[in-house]
Write a protein that binds this ligand. Structure first.
Ligand SMILES: CC(C)(COP(=O)(O)OP(=O)(O)OC[C@H]1O[C@@H](n2cnc3c(N)ncnc32)[C@H](O)[C@@H]1OP(=O)(O)O)[C@@H](O)C(=O)NCCC(=O)NCCS
Length: 142
């Protein structure tokens, strides 16, 4: 199928409602700290250039966040609008985030996938990621 002419660019303030819509429809109700308005504003405060959107004809159709702490890179909150999936957009968002991490000297990137039916594991395998023998821990700090 012909790929739509999609641009990957840095997130801008006016993208917030579109990003929130895509998150809400892709991830459903999450924990408090994952709520779009809070998570977006906290990421924007970082001003680290690691928040991207995919745009088609002026509309935001996908989004991804990454992080780099000098040791590891992380990828978070990747989502493509349901009607735009399986056209290579997720893969391009990953590539954009990885390229920015590489520019910063990042040598290794990690990500977490929520377990359950229809999870994104096969997508990430297709992007070159593999499951590592780790146990994922987390702790709320609020
Ligand atoms: C995961 C997600 C971002 C993939 O985006 P996408 O734009 O559809 O992915 P791409 O078209 O770039 O897929 C590239 C390849 O990955 C694989 N792939 C993608 N989605 C897949 C799925 N649901 N099941 C199996 N393989 C999949 C395919 O091999 C695909 O190549 P193909 O189109 O030639 O078959 C999208 O399905 C999504 O937003 N899901 C809901 C949110 C989510 O789960 N995000 C990840 C959080 S960890």
């Amino acid at each position: 199928m012909a790929r739509p002419s999609v641009t990957i660019r840095q997130y801008q303030t006016h993208d917030a409602p579109s990003v929130a819509r895509i998150w809400d429809s892709s991830f459903g109700a999450g924990t408090e700290h994952n709520a779009a308005p809070l998570a977006i504003s906290k990421k924007v405060e970082q001003a680290d250039g690691l928040f991207f959107v995919a745009e088609l004809d002026g509309a935001v159709i996908g989004t991804i966040m990454a992080g780099y702490d000098g040791h590891r890179g992380w990828i978070y909150c990747l989502a493509v609008g349901a009607d735009m999936r399986r056209q290579g957009i997720g893969k391009r968002l990953i590539a954009a985030a990885e390229a920015e991490l590489v520019k910063r000297g990042c040598l290794k990137v990690n990500l977490q996938v929520r377990n359950g039916p229809g999870n994104a594991s096969d997508f990430y395998r297709n992007c070159g990621y593999s499951v590592e023998d780790r146990i994922s821990f987390g702790k709320k700090l609020y």
